[in-house]
Design a protein around this ligand. Sequence first.
Ligand SMILES: NC(=O)c1ccc[n+]([C@@H]2O[C@H](COP(=O)([O-])OP(=O)(O)OC[C@H]3O[C@@H](n4cnc5c(N)ncnc54)[C@H](O)[C@@H]3O)[C@@H](O)[C@H]2O)c1
Length: 429
Amino acid sequence: MADELGRRDLLKSASAAVAVAAGPAVIAARGQNEKINIGWIGVGTRGNAGLDWLNKASGQHVRLRAVCDTFTGYLARAKDRVQTIYGNTPDTYNDYQQLLADKSIDAVYIMTPEHLHHSMTLAALKAGKHVYIEKPLAHTIEEGAEIVKAWEKSGKVVQVGTQNRSSSLYRKAKELVEAGMLGEIHYVRAFWYRNSAPDDPAWRYKIPADANEQNTDWKKFLGPAQQRAFDKQRYYQWRLYWDYSGGISTDLLVHQTDITNFVLGKTVPTSCMASGGVYRWTDKSDDRDVPDTLSAIYEYGDRFHLNYSCHFGNNHYGYGEQFMGSEGTLEVLNRKDLNFYPQTLDGKAPAHVLAKKEVHYNGMKDFGESDGAINHFRNFIEAVRGNEKVVAPPTAGQQAAISGHMATLSFKANKKIYWDAKTEKVRYS
Ligand SMILES: NC(=O)c1ccc[n+]([C@@H]2O[C@H](COP(=O)([O-])OP(=O)(O)OC[C@H]3O[C@@H](n4cnc5c(N)ncnc54)[C@H](O)[C@@H]3O)[C@@H](O)[C@H]2O)c1
């Protein structure tokens, strides 16, 4: 018990040090040998994969104490996986409040559908836990703002799951921009294109054969969302419905507004005009709400324009961000390749631009990374240990999410939308 109290004090003081941005390494030296007890909420697709990533990132510093999921099948799978990967048997819960009541748990990973992020993150902070919350930070702008406030008061470490910030490729992109390689940057083109076979509609994930109202705990899944009769599609394919997701805007686009903010030092756009629709998956049996095709045009206050597009009917151009500067173009494609091409202007560019050389990096070959997820987990754990600061705090998560919500709101209203930085609210004129 004394050990446990001592350990908890050390972790507490580590987080306090991070909150005030003091020199955290000193604190870390005292807590270095203590394992951090982790509680894991949501072990579906991302959560199940994440159990392994955390072990790879920081296995020696964590103990996977408990897992929570409302679907009994995934809970059993996670228990088994923890036993295999970590060698211990975790406590299992279907009620996240019960997991949070375990005082030995220091930090939680929250990997549940978007509409549950707000209530779960607030409850976790209230219970005194450090939090890794998947993107988007929350389902609405207002919910995200409440999370930011609660985090500021809590003194806890919170990392938002926009993992590109921890990828060496994007860090290299930021470094090249800051070194002035691109000249003036007023324009970014970002895109995410996907395709799938006609009998495999986008985001219509496979539903476990035995799923029913009881073994999914439908009421807990709905949480604060509108009450409805049990619907397996909504439970397993929640991304397709406005009640639980912003669709492309908050599922995919937020990664790209976030990384644009990170690489270029931007925050929130001043306006957004979004347009699109459900063009491909129009079968009568498909009751999706969210568009499969979306473009969003953003203006920022400082002569900067972001042109975003996403379509689920062709994947030829894949995924990427293209930073278009007056002296060069920098692109990160499919989170795998970074390319920089100087603007030669047929040999008429100024001498200092003509002297620039192409730059190419491959994430796997040059950094041994398939993406930033493992680094992002490690950064969170190191921040809890007091050794680092998180690279994606709630303020950054909220800035990225605001752009996503602006796209959803503009699309739904079929109007241009503006961000009022003074009131921190949107308006339509
Ligand atoms: N950072 C990334 O690149 C990335 C990639 C994929 C998903 N995500 C995010 O991860 C989160 C989860 O996405 P997913 O694809 O794994 O979804 P999923 O549907 O596969 O998993 C969600 C899990 O939450 C469980 N759940 C639902 N309600 C619950 C409740 N009340 N209490 C406990 N568990 C509950 C479900 O049973 C399911 O296992 C989302 O926020 C998503 O945006 C992030």
